[in-house]
Design a protein around this ligand. Sequence first.
Ligand SMILES: [Zn+2]
Length: 74
Amino acid sequence: MPVIECRHCGKSIQYHCIRDIPAFPFCCERCKLLDLGAWLDGRHAISEPLSDRVEPPQGHEGPRKPRGDTRRHP
Ligand SMILES: [Zn+2]
């Protein structure tokens, strides 16, 4: 009888047919959803380091005087 381990909790699952495990390769639907959630969280965690570049605050462009340039040429 083949045995697999749940990808999420590591629980051994014996089965006669792969159809015996609706949530394959997980032992149950709950593990399937939990693992999927963890995977999605991992993706978000990986994307975080990309934001290492500190963007300047929006107020940075405040001192600029767009109207001052036009007044130089009366
Ligand atoms: Zn499981």
